[in-house]
Design a protein around this ligand. Structure first.
Ligand code: SF4
Length: 404
C-alpha cells in the first residue's frame, strides 16, 4: 500500500517497529492476535491493527503540503480534517480555518470566501450541494480534495445500484459528515434513506411489509430521506451501503434483516432475491474491518481493563469502545493527558456524550493486563504516550524494556 509523508510528530518509533515486525511476520494479515508488551507487573496487549488508516494519512499529507506550498494564502477546511483534536489543532495553529463545525453549523460565512482562497475537502468527502456552492464562489471544489477513496467507493456502489433502479439504504449516523456526503451523492441518482441502527432498520421493515402506514414515514425518518421519497413505491427494490466506519456486524445484521423482509414480502428465494435486493457487500473500508477484527482478537485474551485512544467524536473509535465494553471495563481517552495519575482518569462516555472522572481504574494486584488500541484517526505518538505513562506507574522505562 502507498506510504505517505505524515509529520514526524504523529509517528512513534516504538509503534512503527512493532507494526513493521507484525507486518513482516504476517503479510496476509490473517493473524489478529495482539502484541504483548511485557513489563513485568504491567502487561500491555496491543491490538494487531490500529491507528492511522490510508484515508487519514492521505488527507494529512495533502493538508500539510497545501499549507507548506501556499504561504500567504487563506486556507480553509470545510470542517474538521479528521476526527482527531490533536491533528485539527495543529492545522488551526498553522492558520487553517474551518468553514463548518462537525454538525454542519457555519463558522465562516460563505460570502466571505474569495476565488483565490483554498478550500480543502476533508477525508469524509462532502455533499454535491457544497461542491456547487464552492464552484459558484469561483473556488474549484476538487483541487484540494482529500476524500478517501474508500468513501468514494461507497458513492460508486450507491450510484451503480441506483442506476439499476434500486433504492439505497445508507447505514450511518445521519449527522456525520461522511453520511451526509454519501446521502447527497446517492440521492442524486436514486431514492435514498438513512438508517442509524437496527431499530430504524426494523421500522423501515414495517414500511416494506405495509404493517406501518406510509403517512408515518415523514415524521419517523425526518431529515433522513431524499425529496419525494415514496414508501409505497421506493422500498420495493433496495440495496444497503454504509458509512465506512460503522460496526461491521451491525451493518451485516441490517443488510441480512432487510434482505429477509424483502424475501418474505415478495416470496423470493435465494435464486431470485437479487431482483429486489442488490448485493452491496464490502462497503466497509479495510481499516474498519482490520481494526474491528483486531479488537475481536484482542478480546480473546484475558485482561483487567481496556483503553481505547482516539478523538471523542470519532465514529470508528467509538465502535472499538463498544466492542471492548461488552467484555471488560473500558476507558475511551483522547491522549495520555487524560490519565491524571495512577488512580485517576478522565474518559469519554460516548453513550451520554460526557467526560467522566473515575478513580481506581488500575487494579491493585499485579500483574495488571491492559488491552490497548486506537482509532483510525489517532496518531501512534499518542498511543506511545499512553504506554509510557502507564509504564511509568510501574517504574518501567519502556526504552529499556524487552518486547516479547
Ligand atoms: S476509516 Fe476507511 S474510509 Fe475512513 S478515512 Fe480511513 S480508510 Fe478511508
Amino acid at each position: 500500500m502507498k506510504t505517505f509523508n505524515v509529520p514526524i510528530i504523529y509517528r512513534s518509533p516504538l509503534i512503527t517497529a512493532i507494526k513493521n515486525r507484525r507486518r513482516q511476520e504476517d503479510r496476509m494479515k490473517k493473524d489478529f492476535k495482539p502484541t504483548l508488551l511485557d513489563f513485568g507487573a504491567l502487561k500491555i496487549l496491543l491490538a494487531r491493527h490500529f491507528g492511522f488508516c490510508y484515508g487519514v494519512e492521505n488527507a494529512i499529507e495533502i493538508a500539510f503540503k497545501t499549507v507548506e506550498e501556499n504561504p500567504g494564502k487563506r486556507i480553509f477546511l470545510l470542517s474538521e480534517m479528521i476526527h482527531n483534536p490533536h491533528v485539527n489543532s495543529d492545522l488551526l495553529e498553522k492558520g487553517v480555518q474551518f468553514i463548518m463545525d462537525t454538525s454542519g453549523q457555519q463558522l465562516v460565512p460563505w460570502d466571505t470566501l474569495q476565488p483565490d482562497d483554498i478550500v480543502i475537502i476533508p477525508a469524509f468527502g462532502t455533499t454535491l450541494e457544497i461542491e456547487a456552492r464552492l464552484s459558484e464562489l469561483g473556488i474549484s471544489p476538487l483541487q484540494y480534495n482529500t476524500t478517501c477513496p474508500f468513501v468514494e467507493r461507497v458513492w460508486n456502489k450507491a450510484e451503480q445500484i441506483g442506476q439499476k433502479n434500486y433504492t439505497v439504504i445508507v447505514h450511518g449516523k445521519p449527522g456525520h459528515e461522511e453520511t451526509r456526503a454519501t446521502f447527497s451523492h446517492s440521492r442524486h441518482n436514486t431514492p435514498t434513506v438513512v438508517v442509524k441502527d437496527m431499530s430504524e432498520a426494523r421500522l423501515l421493515g414495517e414500511f416494506i411489509t405495509g404493517q406501518r402506514a406510509a403517512a408515518e414515514f415523514p415524521a419517523l425518518f425526518k431529515g433522513q430521506y431524499s425529496p419525494g421519497f415514496d414508501v409505497t413505491k421506493d422500498l420495493q427494490r433496495v440495496g444497503v451501503v454504509n458509512q465506512t466506519t460503522m460496526l461491521a456486524t451491525e451493518t451485516q445484521a441490517i443488510a441480512d434483516y432487510i434482505r429477509g423482509v424483502i424475501m418474505d414480502r415478495y416470496q423470493l428465494t435465494e435464486a431470485d432475491v437479487s431482483e429486489r435486493f442488490a448485493d452491496t457487500r464490502d462497503t466497509l473500508c479495510y481499516a474498519t474491518n482490520d481494526n474491528q477484527s483486531a479488537v475481536n482478537g484482542l478480546l480473546q485474551e484475558p485482561g483487567d481493563l481496556a483503553i481505547v485512544v482516539g478523538g471523542y467524536n470519532s465514529s470508528n473509535t467509538s465502535h472499538l469502545v463498544e466492542l471492548c465494553e461488552e467484555k471488560l471495563p473500558t476507558y475511551f481517552i483522547s491522549s495520555e493527558e487524560k490519565i491524571l495519575s495512577r488512580d485517576e482518569i478522565l474518559h469519554w462516555d460516548f453513550h451520554h456524550k460526557q467526560e467522566l472522572h473515575s478513580h481506581h481504574f488500575l487494579p491493585d494486584q499485579a500483574p495488571v493486563t491492559i488491552l490497548l488500541t486506537s482509532g483510525a484517526s489517532c496518531p501512534d505518538a499518542l498511543v506511545e504516550g499512553v504506554i509510557r505513562k502507564l509504564a511509568g506507574f510501574y517504574g518501567v522505562n519502556i526504552d529499556e524494556a524487552a518486547m516479547s
